[in-house]
Write a protein that binds this ligand. Structure first.
Ligand SMILES: C[S@@+](CC[C@H](N)C(=O)[O-])C[C@H]1O[C@@H](n2cnc3c(N)ncnc32)[C@H](O)[C@@H]1O
Length: 306
C-alpha cells in the first residue's frame, strides 16, 4: 500500500479509537493546554468577520475559540481525518449552539475540498506531526489562504521535554518488544523544535515566518491512577500501542506508570508541564515570491522564546 495512505489509515484508526475519550474529557484536556491555543491565536491575529480553516481539528480545539473571535459574521471550518472526532465536534457545536462553525471529515490533508484563496487564516493545532508530508499539507493550507493570509501551527517539542508522553512510552518499551520507528515517521515528536517547524513553513512557501518553543502545562489529574486513566484513554499513539500488548503487559505498564508518576507527586495532584512549539507565517501577496525560487533557500533559523 502507498506509504501516505497507510499512515493516514493508521492515524484515522488511532484517533477514532480515542474520540469518545476526547469527547468525555474535553474540558479536562483543553484546560491545561490552553496556553498553546492562546499563543496560536495571538500569532494568528484573527478579527471579527474572518474565515478560518482549522486542519486536524479533533473535537474542536482551537475551532471553538476561533468561532468566538470571528463572531457571527465570520466562519470557521474544522477538518479532520477521523469521522468520530468530527461527529464529537458536531455534537458539541449543536449542544452549545455555535452557528458559525462547520466540521467536515476529509479523506486526506491533501484534499481539503475548499476553494483556493478563500480563507483569511489557517490553523493546525497538534496535528501536523502526524501527517505523511507536512510540507505538502502546509502547501494545501497555503492554497486555501488569500494572499496576505496567515498560517499558525503548533506541535510538541522534544521527548525529553515532554515527560507526560515520554515517561509512559519508556515504560511501555521496557515491557514490550516494540518495532523501532523510522526516525522520519510521523508521530508525536516528528517536528520537535522551532527550527524544523520554521523550515517546513518556509518550504511550503510562507514568508515572514517565526517559530518558537515554550513551556506549557500539559496534564492535571487528581492522582497517578487518574493520570494513567486519562493518558490511556486519550493519547492516540500510546493507546494504539497499548492495544497491541497482552493483558499482562498492560497491567505491568499501568503498575509501573502509577508507581513512577505517583513517586513524583506523592501528596497530591499530578501536574506535568511540557514543551510545545508554535510557528506562524504569511502567504505572500507578491506574485514574484510564489514562483521560481525555492522558499527553503531563503534560509532562516528558529528562535526560542519563553
Ligand atoms: C492530537 S489531536 C489534535 C486535535 C485538536 N487540534 C486539538 O488540538 O485538540 C490530532 C488530530 O489530528 C488528526 N489527524 C491526524 N492525521 C491527520 C491528517 N493527515 N489529516 C487531517 N487530520 C489528521 C487526528 O484525527 C486528530 O484528531
Amino acid at each position: 500500500m502507498d506509504r501516505s495512505r497507510g499512515i493516514r489509515d493508521e492515524q484515522r484508526a488511532e484517533w477514532g479509537a480515542v474520540a469518545p475519550g476526547w469527547q468525555r474529557n474535553r474540558e479536562k484536556m483543553a484546560g491545561p493546554t490552553s496556553t498553546i491555543t492562546e499563543k496560536m491565536l495571538s500569532l494568528a491575529g484573527i478579527s471579527a468577520g474572518q474565515r478560518v480553516l482549522d486542519l486536524a481539528c479533533g473535537v474542536g480545539d482551537p475551532a471553538f475559540a476561533i468561532a468566538g473571535l470571528v463572531g457571527p459574521g465570520g466562519y470557521v471550518l474544522g477538518l479532520d481525518l477521523s469521522p468520530q472526532m468530527i461527529e464529537a465536534a458536531r455534537e458539541l457545536s449543536s449542544r452549545e449552539k455555535v452557528n458559525n462553525v462547520e466540521f467536515r471529515t476529509i479523506a486526506s490533508e491533501l484534499e481539503l475540498g475548499v476553494p483556493g484563496e478563500s480563507f483569511d487564516v489557517a490553523t493546525c493545532r497538534l496535528g501536523l506531526m502526524f501527517m505523511p508530508d507536512p510540507v505538502a499539507a502546509l502547501q494545501e493550507m497555503r492554497a486555501a489562504l488569500r494572499p496576505g493570509g496567515r498560517v499558525v501551527a503548533s506541535v510538541w517539542g522534544a521527548p525529553e521535554r515532554n515527560p507526560n508522553f515520554s515517561v509512559p512510552m519508556e515504560i511501555i518499551a521496557r515491557h514490550a518488544d516494540l518495532t523501532p520507528q523510522d526516525a522520519d515517521a510521523p508521530g508525536l515528536f516528528a517536528i520537535p523544535n522551532p527550527e524544523k517547524l520554521e523550515t517546513l513553513l518556509r518550504e511550503a512557501g510562507f514568508v515572514d515566518v517565526e517559530a518558537f518553543a515554550f513551556e506549557t502545562p500539559v496534564v492535571k489529574a487528581k492522582d497517578a491512577e487518574s493520570y494513567w486513566y486519562g493518558v490511556s484513554n486519550v493519547a492516540g499513539p500510546l493507546v494504539s500501542i497499548l492495544a497491541s500488548l497482552s493483558e499482562e503487559q498492560r497491567r505491568a505498564v499501568r503498575e509501573d506508570v502509577v508507581e513512577v508518576i505517583g513517586g513524583k507527586f506523592p501528596d497530591g495532584p499530578v501536574e506535568i508541564d511540557g514543551e510545545a512549539v508554535v510557528a506562524a507565517g504569511t502567504r505572500s501577496s507578491l506574485k514574484a515570491l510564489s514562483t521560481g525560487l525555492h522558499p527553503a533557500r531563503c534560509g532562516g533559523t528558529g528562535r526560542r522564546r519563553t
